[in-house]
Ligand binder design. Structure first.
Ligand code: MN
Ligand code: MN
Length: 450
């Protein structure tokens, strides 16, 4: 039987939905930009910034932003918050090349920048493609300078060079993990000499930075500048049934879960959409899912509604809460069938995919959702005509991975992974099926409405 759902869903709506998503991808290439644009969309849907001096009531829609890199949206429901909340959680950081704290150097009279890759990448995929430089520089006085070079039609881009095949005999003999080292990922930054003959090419670049962006070389130290693919999100395929873009892991789930909470009407349970940072490097830090930020915001929601607060309120709320960890999974790829097992793989265009567990080496590093909760989610999806499938993250002992699910489950919250299958995951150009994207939206919405 065909797993392909295209003939069972509303094609026009599905195609239409991806247009907003494509725009979201183009405007959200870093966690800071994604936070900013997500808040803009939420404000248009009536969300306001949370204010602890205002008592929250049913129907209120608020958000709290964490250090410009992560944000939580909440829609207050009818039910007492202590009876639990419905959470959809995704992450908005993606693999990329970060500039090192001392990035600038000159070699062979070329200005170069050194990078340190962020997240799991196949390094060769990041050479000889156009890259944009995006990020924020914070000066000693606290002033913030936003940098974005490469996104506009006429703007310069950057690139990490690769070796010509003619001279690559030695390189080609190496394994893929040895052929490119992290220290080889240096990007071309400029070559114009200064008018002043005593100054180097690098000096001239520093002068240009000062003129155009008003910061000094030392300011690189307190900056978060990243090189990300410069190309735009595209329709893919003769029938335009896929979206191809940078950063779909996990902005595909961020967008669909955000759209779902923005479109919610009078939910019974308080619904929460969490867009987290730092998943690709282990969810650590003040803006990652392991941060107390999430708990703190929920504590505020409780205090604001109950009038008072104690720790047991928070713990009871968590114990009664439910979460979909919205993160992408591996799509079953005709070119790489051997790493997946056909009966437990996520087919492209076969619907949103639930993963009872992720992890590696015998389910290590996963929360492994409770069967009772999987049954509950399955029922919600079936009742609401959400097309879904279930899969594992590749064959047993082939490798593996994790998501934010385990960290939320550790709070004593029922949590299940549920996301869109992706081809070429973590590559500069990732592929998702529009049918699965739209089903993600319907799935997250049905879950929160329940
Ligand atoms: Mn992910
Ligand atoms: Mn990832």
């Amino acid at each position: 039987m065909s797993k392909n759902i295209w003939n069972d869903i509303e094609k026009t709506k599905t195609m239409e939905f991806s247009k907003g998503y494509i725009k979201y991808l183009d405007l959200s290439k870093t966690e800071r930009l994604c936070t900013k644009y997500s808040i803009k969309l939420a404000k248009e849907a009536g969300f306001i910034e949370y204010d602890k001096n205002i008592k929250l009531k049913e129907g209120d829609k608020v958000y709290l932003v964490n250090r410009d890199k992560s944000v939580i949206f909440a829609h207050i429901g009818k039910d007492d918050i202590l009876n639990g909340i419905n959470i959809v959680a995704s992450h908005i950081d993606s693999p990329r090349l970060d500039l090192k704290p001392n990035p600038l150097y000159e070699d062979l009279e070329l200005a170069m920048v050194k990078t340190h890759y962020y997240g799991g990448i196949k390094k060769y995929q990041w050479t000889s493609i156009p890259l944009s430089l995006i990020g924020t520089v914070v000066k000693q006085n606290g002033e913030k300078i936003d940098v974005s070079i490469g996104e506009g039609e006429d703007e310069s881009v950057f690139t990490v060079t690769d070796l010509l095949p003619h001279l690559a005999a030695d390189q080609m003999k190496k394994t893929m993990s040895e052929a490119f080292t992290g220290e080889d990922l240096n990007a071309l930054f400029g070559s114009l000499p200064s008018d002043n003959e005593e100054e180097s090419v690098k000096d001239n670049i520093i002068k240009l930075i000062k003129e155009k962006y008003d910061f000094e070389e030392e300011d690189f130290v307190s900056a978060e500048l990243m090189l990300v693919p410069a190309f735009k999100a595209k329709n893919v395929g003769l029938d335009s049934s896929f979206v191809g873009a940078y950063g779909q892991d996990d902005r595909v789930c961020a967008y669909t879960s955000l759209k779902a909470i923005l479109d919610l009407k009078n939910p019974d349970k308080t619904s929460v959409c969490y867009l987290a940072d730092k998943e690709e490097i282990g969810s650590m830090g003040s803006t990652g899912t392991k941060s107390r930020f999430f708990e703190t915001f929920i504590a505020h929601l409780i205090k604001s509604q109950k009038g008072d607060y104690n720790e047991l309120y928070l713990k009871d709320t968590f114990a009664n809460s439910k979460c979909l960890s919205c993160d992408v999974t591996v799509g079953y790829d005709p070119n790489y069938k051997s790493v997946c097992e056909a009966n437990n793989s996520a087919y492209m265009g076969a619907g949103i995919c639930i993963c009872k567990y992720t992890g590696a080496r015998g389910k290590s590093g996963t929360s492994d959702a409770n069967a009772e909760f999987v049954a509950e989610v399955r029922k919600i999806f079936n009742k609401n005509n959400v097309k879904w499938q279930i899969a594992e993250l590749g064959k047993v002992d082939q490798g593996g991975g994790g998501t934010v699910a385990q960290y939320i489950a550790n709070l004593n919250i029922e949590t299940l992974d549920c996301g869109v299958p992706i081809l070429s995951m973590h590559a500069p150009f990732e592929i998702a099926s529009k049918a699965d994207i739209y089903m993600g939206y319907l799935a997250y919405k049905a879950f929160m409405e329940n």
